[in-house]
Design a protein around this ligand. Structure first.
Ligand code: ASP
Length: 299
């Protein structure tokens, strides 16, 4: 790996992306390495809630023989008034071999990486980046379609507040996909990366899509007054089987989770075994995170 940490997609070289996806596919195909990281300790520091990312990093580390120390803000001395800086200094003094960190502040993993003697892996920071999610999305799409070259990918929902959208807009075009986004006007970012088209109308934006990635409304990142009515949102921007059918022949649905059923996605899409890649995404989280830990810790 050229990169010493995994902070965002932008700081990975093309060679890093290629190596990570190749190693992840090997793990997905059944490669095992139960002793690879034996003797190492990974700190899993989640300053923000998580179901998939936290458990999947922990599982990945254990599958490679590492030991995991899981820490959660709510059970920590931050509840007694300890600052983020003192918490990090304390944890670094214990000498972990790697840190996985999620935080609701922009750039927190980079701030920790600047002082950590070990690799720091971003498990999601604010609306900025969620690099392992984008890598597992890319792996899932590549497994399903064979290649991302020329693939029409639509990311739909609360783009403005989504670190998943940002990391995917950075990664998927590098792998050859054509990426566009659909969002209600108030959830459309002021600027989109070069080459990424924005649509506010769901049906126009979906035309010709092969993969549709739905995102939830990030309620925790907005004022209560800006949270749309669930039924009206579903009518305008929810993914229903009819809409997916109209999007394109064989179009598939993705979602990073957690899903808000009946808001951004209908049950009949989420649970459609032919059209939904959602649980495949979850499963791919493990080989992707095994690849990240493998290549960063052994560099
Ligand atoms: N689980 C993803 C994230 O942590 C998506 C979401 O929370 O909506 O960003």
């Amino acid at each position: 790996m050229d990169a010493r940490h995994l902070l965002d997609i932008e700081s990975l070289s093309d060679a890093d992306v290629t190596a990570l996806l190749a190693r992840a596919q090997e793990y997905a195909d059944g490669r095992t390495a139960p002793d690879l990281l034996r003797g190492t300790i990974v700190f899993s520091l989640f300053f923000e809630n998580s179901t998939r990312t936290a458990t999947s990093f922990e599982t990945a580390a254990k599958r490679l023989g590492a030991q995991v120390v899981a820490w959660a803000r709510t059970a920590s001395s931050m509840a007694k008034g300890e600052s983020f800086g003192d918490t990090i200094a304390t944890l670094l003094a214990m000498g972990p071999d790697a840190i996985v960190l999620r935080h609701d502040e922009h750039g927190a993993p980079g701030w920790v990486a600047a002082q950590a003697p070990c690799p720091v892996i971003n498990g999601g920071d604010a609306c900025r980046a969620h690099p392992t999610q984008a890598l597992l999305d890319a792996l899932t799409l590549r497994q399903h379609f064979g290649s991302l070259e020329g693939l029409e990918v639509v990311i739909c929902g609360d783009i403005a507040h989504s670190r998943v959208a940002r990391s995917n807009m950075a990664l998927l075009p590098r792998l050859g996909a054509r990426v566009r986004v659909i969002a209600p006007p108030n959830f459309m970012p002021q600027a989109l990366p070069d080459g990424v088209q924005g649509h506010t109308d769901m049906d126009a934006g979906l035309a010709g899509a092969q993969a549709v990635m739905m995102l939830r409304i990030q309620r925790e990142r907005m004022d209560a007054a800006d949270i749309p009515d669930a039924a009206a949102y579903h009518a305008g921007w929810g993914l229903t089987p009819e809409r997916l059918e109209r999007a394109g022949l064989g179009a598939v649905a993705l979602h990073p989770g957690p899903m808000n059923r009946g808001v951004e996605i209908a049950d009949a899409v989420a649970d459609d075994p032919e059209r939904s890649l959602i649980l495949r995404q979850v499963a791919n989280g493990i080989p992707v995170r095994m690849a990240v830990l493998d290549l960063l810790l052994r560099a």
